[in-house]
Design a binder for this molecule. Structure first.
Ligand code: PGA
Length: 248
């Protein structure tokens, strides 16, 4: 399976024109990467147009999804709508949504199940905050284990294809947008642990597990050189074409 480079633009750029320029530059560069699948996750208002314009060139992902198919849910977007727009991936449980919008594991769990049910590939974000990191490696592993356990609750009851459709992004919160990534060997330890317990305790096929948090062109190889790290979730460095070029 190819490694994955997921580009989380967050709430940027400000206009459709600049989003299209950035997507076009990113798609051209991504075409050079034979061993990687590249997914651009732009803000929602640009998603449908970009998915149409770049069909067959680069994959598109949404930064969020709601768990219901349709109905009275003001402001939400359903997995069915995303699928119909040609969106391939959806990011679920990003720490900014958990922290700023108070998304709970229960909500994240519903989103994971809904995404898979309607044929979207789900990138589930997990990771500890600085307080837990300071408590040591055991606390980090416990936290990540419990978070994934809650976020994937009932996944076995679902009849949806999990193989190849579930991606976990290990993103320590303290490393996101700070310019201080996790030490690659520490990230590797947590990622190996995630891979192991998903197959042993959860009997799931090993999903791709990415690293995210201050990934740039300067440090990406320190992470993806390991066979256990299946790619990266990149925020800031995906917004600047010259930084993105170094990354590629
Ligand atoms: P960053 O963001 O690369 O800017 O640290 C990563 C993310 O939030 O997914």
């Amino acid at each position: 399976m190819k490694k994955l480079l997921a580009l989380n633009w967050k709430m940027n750029p400000a206009t459709y024109e600049s989003a299209e320029r950035l997507a076009s530059a990113s798609a051209d560069l991504a075409a050079k990467l034979k061993k990687y699948e590249v997914v651009i996750c732009p803000p929602l208002p640009w998603l449908d147009d970009l998915a149409t314009k770049f069909r067959g060139k680069v994959k598109l992902g949404s930064q969020d999804v709601f768990w219901e198919e349709k109905g009275a849910y003001t402001g939400e977007v359903s997995p069915v709508m995303l699928k119909k727009s040609g969106v391939a991936y959806v990011i679920v449980g990003h720490s900014e949504r958990r922290r700023i919008l108070q998304e709970t594991d229960e909500m994240v769990n519903k989103k994971v199940l809904a995404g898979l049910k309607f044929g979207l590939k789900v990138i589930l974000c997990v990771g500890e905050d600085i307080k837990i990191r300071r408590q040591g490696k055991k606390a980090v592993k416990n936290f990540v284990y419990n978070q994934i356990k809650k976020d994937l609750k009932s996944i076995h009851d679902s009849k949806f294809a999990i193989h190849n459709s579930l991606v976990i992004a290990y993103e320590p919160i303290w490393a996101i947008g700070t310019g201080t990534p996790c030490h690659p060997e520490d990230a590797l330890k947590v990622i190996k642990f995630i891979r192991e317990f998903l197959t042993s305790d959860f009997s799931l096929p090993t999903p791709r597990v990415l690293y995210g948090g201050s990934v740039t062109g300067k440090n990406i190889l320190d992470f993806v050189k390991y066979k256990e790290i299946d790619g990266a979730l990149v925020g800031g460095a995906s917004l600047n074409p010259s930084q993105f070029k170094t990354l590629i």
